[in-house]
Write a protein that binds this ligand. Sequence first.
Ligand SMILES: [Mg+2]
Length: 414
Amino acid sequence: MRIIDIRATSVTVPLEAPLRHANGCHWGRFVRTIVEVETDNGLIGLGEMGGGGESAEAMFRALKAMLLGHDPARLEEMRFLIANPTASLYNNRTQALAALEFACLDILGQAWGVPVCDILGGRLRDRVTFATYCFWRYANPATGEGEVRTPQQMVAFAAEMKRRFGFTTHKMKGGVFHPDYEIEVYRALAAAFPEDSLRFDPNGVLSTEQAIRFGQGIEGLRNDYLEDPVYGLNGMRRTREMVRIPLATNTVVVNFEQLAANILNTAVDVILLDTTFWGGIRACVKAASVCETFQIGVAVHSSGELGIQLATMLHLGAVIPNLSFAADAHYHHLTDDIIQGGLMKYERGSIAVPEGPGLGVKLDREKLGEYSELYKRLGGYAYDRDPLRPDWSPLVPNDRWADPADSRTPAIPY
Ligand SMILES: [Mg+2]
């Protein structure tokens, strides 16, 4: 097989409500780039990358020139061809490599008549369990619905997700309001769901001392882990010395150099593997093997996915033996998807690993067209801006917290 074409399409898919986080906000939508790789025997493999627009599409056009004629089975060759670690000092193609790897694995699975998980060692589980992803949310400007700003709203959101999807793990995304406010809300979640497990993630914006104080303040709750309370391996290490809860990261261990450093001088207990950040599903499987050897925990990270990337997370979750935590997904905040059949279904807090050949998902061309048009109409948004605090910049550590009494709704186009 030979690659004969690579196409990239920017899409925008609406969220139920804008999601607030420590660096700003998802402005009511996800912008993603859908990648199609076509081979000379008529197969089309699907990939997905975060962000979009002219620059993303231009990058894939440039990579197409390098990959025309390439055999999609030669994945290690492709890694060095477009993301050689020292050549990468001059470019940043890890996430593009990931999208192309997804598409090539999808092609190989279709060509060989097997799901991607079979190429990666075979499935150990048929379903992957997920956690509720509890965000602070602005109300949807179009409907006025969906705000999460108070402890009552946070508990009600988790209860609704548990009722609809069956989650028994709840992740609270913090770092927006003062940690004294957020710790009370986290405790309210723990009190509301005493049988369920919890995790808290302020995206690294606490100072080390705040991280220690916060961590000590939640010891004794049913914590899976405390995720990125502070930015940097040394801050994490200092926090870990003082807090008796495992620490997790998707921020400071996102490549093999950092993984090695963390093993030689441990700062983090659980590595959250992201199929995009690490440069593909296979890189995550390799990292999981290293973690298995050194008895470091792993879980599956979400960087905001549509169905193609969700499929990569499901195939990853299916094959790694040491997946001992529920996976993260933003998926249940989406209103729709670009894959055939619409949004994948949660049952009892889990999603079935696709069984069809390749990634097991197909593009819904009508939806792709619809959400490509929506992208063209709305354009991008600044992930690291808060639409209601235009003069704010996200410091690390942060001391410019949002005000929980501020109940305004941003005027964001929907
Ligand atoms: Mg995180």
